[in-house]
Design a protein around this ligand. Sequence first.
Ligand code: AMP
Length: 115
Amino acid sequence: MADCIFCKIANGEIQSQTVYEDESVRVFRDLSPQAPEHVLIVPKKHIENVAEFNSEDRGLAAHIFTEVIPKLAKDLNLDEKGFRLVINTGEDGGQTVNHLHVHLLGGRKMTWPPG
Ligand code: AMP
């Protein structure tokens, strides 16, 4: 999508601190980290948010949750102590960038409930 910053980052048009990339996703460090480790898992395909996922995206969703996240957890040394995944969705969900992204946060003890 032409004016989408995460499309541009995911496709490499805009530089990012990339920690992982493959044919369908880019994972890069959040500009404003909320934990010692804070990366964003961003599909290269423009999908507005998780509510817009459809059956065509089943393979992508499975890839993110069964391959990318477990690999990141190991690579970032978060697999033993744990981490948090966040998918802000829409206005009430606190989504500020309208391109689906999964936050992966770790390296500190998280609190609950979130704000
Ligand atoms: P959300 O509020 O869930 O939509 O999250 C958007 C996230 O993207 C925020 O945590 C921002 O700090 C982060 N962000 C926005 N622009 C950039 C950028 N150019 N590079 C890295 N992270 C960004």
